[in-house]
Design a protein around this ligand. Structure first.
Ligand code: C5P
Length: 224
């Protein structure tokens, strides 16, 4: 009888979009379904990890009751949930499509339309992956995602360095069976040590299992 690879370890996962309120009825958001993040939470749980899943608005439920789900709306709320959970985590996988900007302030009442145009002033949201990367201790493994349309490899490598991540998973957008909303994905994994691994189109559950397998290998690899 062998123990599951992640028994005794805690994993923190982010999933879904964030909604940044403009007024009580409107928000800035995106089309992320949360499927990849929920699949990752399930895969980590199946390897024995205690999983905390911080998710923006989605229609999904984790596959297992043991997964602790923390639902949030905004990037700031996701950031705060992650900052408080991260110290206990051995693994953090940031797969949420966090809004990069939010309105400076949400109007307290519904904004009425006028005859002319309108301007919305935006400010940057906190970069959660980068924040965890900068707080990261040697025993912690931090993974992020990249979704690029140009110079994919260069941007993924930059993200690895700039955010002090251990691994970046690049979603290939060259394939209509990969990315937002669909049940399949095609990825390339970029490691801190310079390694790259490409996988063809697979169901998101299988992609999640491959990513978790990769994390386990790196987590237990002898440090050089
Ligand atoms: O910089 P970019 O948004 O392309 O990086 C994507 C990666 O960073 C993803 O892992 C995403 O979850 C994470 N991210 C984050 N907080 C943000 C923006 C992105 O954690 N505010």
């Amino acid at each position: 009888f062998r123990q599951l690879a992640l028994a005794g370890k805690t994993a923190l996962v982010t999933a879904g979009p964030t909604y940044e309120p403009i007024d009580p009825v409107r928000f800035i958001g995106n089309h992320s379904s949360g499927k990849m993040g929920f699949a990752l939470a399930n895969a980590l749980y199946l390897q024995g990890a205690a999983v905390q899943l911080v998710s923006g608005p989605t229609a999904l439920q984790p596959a297992y009751e043991g997964i602790e789900l923390i639902r949030v709306q905004t990037a700031q709320q996701m950031y705060e949930a992650c900052i408080s959970a991260f110290p206990a985590a051995a693994i953090a996988v940031m797969s949420a499509a966090v809004a990069d900007y939010r309105p400076v302030e949400a109007a307290p009442e519904k904004i009425k339309k006028t005859g002319s145009g309108m301007e919305l002033q935006l400010v940057k949201t906190p970069d959660i992956l980068q924040s965890l990367g900068s707080l990261k201790q040697p025993h912690q493994f931090v993974a992020g995602f990249a979704l690029e349309t140009t110079n994919e490899t260069e941007h993924a490598m930059q993200k690895l360095r700039n955010k002090n991540a251990d691994m970046i998973v690049l979603n290939s957008l060259r394939n209509k069976e990969a990315g937002f909303g669909v049940d399949t994905n095609a990825i390339t994994i970029f490691d801190k040590d310079g390694g790259t691994t490409t996988h063809g189109v697979m169901p998101k559950d299988a992609v999640a299992a491959v990513i978790v397998e990769h994390i386990i290998q790196k987590l237990y690899a002898p440090k050089v």
